[in-house]
Design a protein around this ligand. Structure first.
Ligand code: TXA
Ligand code: MG
Length: 320
């Protein structure tokens, strides 16, 4: 049997050329990849993830030439963003050409495109004659994987190969940006801070709210969630309220005397982002029956970290 886990780009390439599924490392999270231009291959992504067909996929490219094949227009400000932040943790939602299967975009007229910076992902993409559709490589609704092991634990028997590129550098999914006339909308907060986008193109609208119509299902309230309940709020207050109960604590930088984990002992927001999903998985698997967590400072990537924590949290228990 073929070894399913490793660093062999030729094996990954061969499986993708056959229409197979390969988990790929990116700087944000691991993706579950297939030929974006082959509707059958794309369908197998939805099946493996048990993902509803209304949730569109991001298409990953290795060069700007590939972008021209996929999209029919490229607004000025999208170009500025691509020039500044690609390759990197930014997805641009742009009008699609007919070559992109409707399954990829869930029937929407626009496609989300991203050029990842991870060296293995780049090498793989540049070796292929087609771009790769890839959602995060987790079962639908669960926490995104930031190591190859996370992928193997949950989807190991459903992929042809897992390309191991080590732990993800950023640890949060890409920031998704869409364009409508003069307006720029951030559909999902992510690994590129909004402040960096605004420094380049001026004020943008944050449409990444959890209410109303989910333009991007990554915006669904219950998403990125552990299996056990997570209570988000002030940890002194919550631990006091649940004294004597079997919980673990997820703290930003200081665990005090509680049992649990910190995201960054030095209070570094990038380190906290990098550790967030692996730490949530660890707490989900420990012996506790629920998790008490606090938000992190709302600066830089802190906004996206808090967005994920709120979506992971039990609704209506949010207290701060
Ligand atoms: O960092 C990332 O973006 C990772 C890595 C693997 O690239 N991918 C990722 O994919 O997070 P996924 O499928 O888990 O989340 C993609 C989100 C979905 O919520 C989807 O609804 C939204 O992007 N999206 C994709 N195409 C879209 C479109 N045409 N219009 C609006 N939203 C779109
Ligand atoms: Mg996802």
């Amino acid at each position: 049997m073929m070894e399913r886990f490793g660093t062999d780009i030729a094996k990954a390439r061969e499986a993708l050329m056959r229409g197979g599924l390969v988990a790929i490392p990116t700087e944000t999270v691991y993706g579950l990849a297939a030929n974006a231009l082959d509707a059958d291959a794309v369908l197998s992504i939805f099946e493996a993830k048990e993902r509803p067909a209304f949730d569109p996929l991001i298409v990953h490219i290795g060069s700007m030439a590939q972008l021209n094949d996929l999209v029919s227009s490229f607004p000025e400000r999208a170009q500025q963003l691509a020039t500044a932040f690609w390759p990197g943790p930014l997805t641009l939602v742009l009008p699609k050409k007919p070559v992109v299967p409707d399954l990829v975009t869930s029937g929407l007229p626009k496609v989300g495109v991203r050029m990842p910076s991870h060296p293995l992902a780049q090498k793989l993409l540049q070796s292929l004659p087609f771009p790769l559709a890839a959602p995060s490589a987790n079962p639908f609704g669960y926490i995104s994987p930031t190591t190859a092991r996370h992928v193997a634990d949950q989807l190991g028997d459903r992929v042809d190969y897992i390309l191991d590129g080590g732990p993800c550098e950023i640890g949060l999914e890409s920031t998704i940006v869409s364009f409508a006339g003069d307006e720029v909308h951030v559909l999902r907060l992510g690994g590129l801070a909004v402040s960096e986008i605004e420094a380049l193109i001026g004020r943008v609208q944050i449409s990444a709210s959890s209410s109303g119509n989910p333009v991007a299902p990554g915006m669904l309230v219950s998403h990125y969630a552990p299996r056990k309940p997570l209570l988000l709020g002030d940890i002194d207050y919550l631990t006091n309220k649940f004294m004597g109960r079997n919980f673990s604590v997820l703290a930003f930088s200081d665990l005090k005397s509680f049992e649990g984990c910190v995201l960054s002992p030095s209070a570094d927001i990038h380190e906290a982002a990098r550790n967030l999903f692996a730490t949530l998985r660890q707490l989900d698997a420990d012996g506790s029956s629920f998790i008490i967590a606090e938000t992190v400072p709302e600066i830089g990537l802190g906004r996206a970290i808090n967005d994920r924590l709120k979506r992971a949290a039990v609704p209506d228990v949010f207290e701060s």
